[in-house]
Design a protein around this ligand. Structure first.
Ligand code: B12
Length: 219
């Protein structure tokens, strides 16, 4: 990575960490003007910045209001990047239908919303179930919308069991083969996905879309 690019992305991380909305917006614009691919700005400037916020929160170096301000700054960054991402990724045909939700008990939505945006850009029909979604709701909505894929986002270890619950529920009602289940979110790993019998896991939203395209091709 060039020094200029790294310096800009570092600056953006810092603005997000400080919850400096105006600063974060100005630096994001500079990243766009410098031609940094917007998805790189999302993953390095925004996601890694928020990851550091999480680490500082855990070490009691930052508190809940700081985390809220960082999330607000992150949302402003996304507002600026979204059109730029759209311009470089548009596709015509629809590969399938996806329902996306944050697991029961989880109100973290920034990553889920990025995933939704990228699904839309790849042409998927996307239904956002929002946050705090129970296993039963995932099942009911998947049936109702005749979804190809159920994508579940968990940002907390305490909400990861909901991902397993969805898979077990599908097995209980003999509908496990009807839907592909994808899991993700910061604490989720491939190992966890294998353990609960998910069809796939991706570390990033971009990786999630690539995976979804593979999963619908297998159906
Ligand atoms: C911002 C934030 C908040 C904001 C959320 C605002 C919002 N509207 O989303 C607020 C302030 C509200 C908040 C609240 C809380 N939070 Co919080 N939060 C964070 C923080 C700092 C960043 C999350 C984020 O947005 N990241 C940026 C996005 C872009 O990244 P991402 O979500 O990981 O998504 C990427 C990928 O994972 C992937 N992805 C995401 N979902 C999916 C799904 C699929 C299927 C796929 C394929 C991919 C995928 O795509 C994205 C782009 O690549 C994290 C730290 C961290 N490490 O994540 C803590 C963190 C998640 N929070 C934490 C905690 C403890 C809380 C609270 C309990 C605090 C409290 N005492 O009240 C509450 C709980 C709220 C609840 N019930 O859910 C802990 C969880 C610890 C744990 N046990 O696991 C963390 C890890 C911080 C920490 N280290 O302590 N939080």
């Amino acid at each position: 990575m060039s020094t200029d690019k790294k310096a800009l992305l570092d600056e953006l991380q810092q603005a997000v960490i400080e919850g400096d909305e105006e600063g974060a917006k100005a630096i994001t614009q500079k990243c766009l003007d410098a031609g940094i691919p917007p998805l790189e700005t999302v993953e390095i400037g925004l996601r890694d910045g928020l990851r550091i916020v999480g680490e500082k929160f855990e070490k009691l170096e930052l508190f809940l209001p700081d985390m809220i301000m960082a999330a607000d700054a992150g949302n402003e960054v996304m507002k600026l990047l979204e059109p730029a991402i759209g311009a470089s990724n548009l596709q015509a045909s629809s590969p399938g239908t996806v329902i996306v939700g944050a697991a029961k008990g989880d109100i973290h939505t920034i990553g889920k919303n990025i995933l939704i945006m990228l699904f839309k850009l790849a042409g998927f029909k996307v239904h956002d179930l929002g946050e705090d979604v129970s296993a039963t709701t995932f099942l009911e909505e998947a049936r109702k919308l005749n979804a190809d894929i159920i994508a579940i986002s968990s940002l907390m270890t305490s909400t990861m069991p909901c991902q397993r619950e969805v898979i077990n529920l599908l097995k209980d009602v003999n509908e496990r083969d009807k839907f592909k289940v994808m899991v993700g979110g910061a604490p989720v790993t491939q190992q966890w996905a294998d353990q609960i019998g998910a069809d796939g896991y991706a570390e990033t939203a971009g990786g999630g879309v690539t995976l979804a395209l593979k999963l619908v091709a297998q159906k």
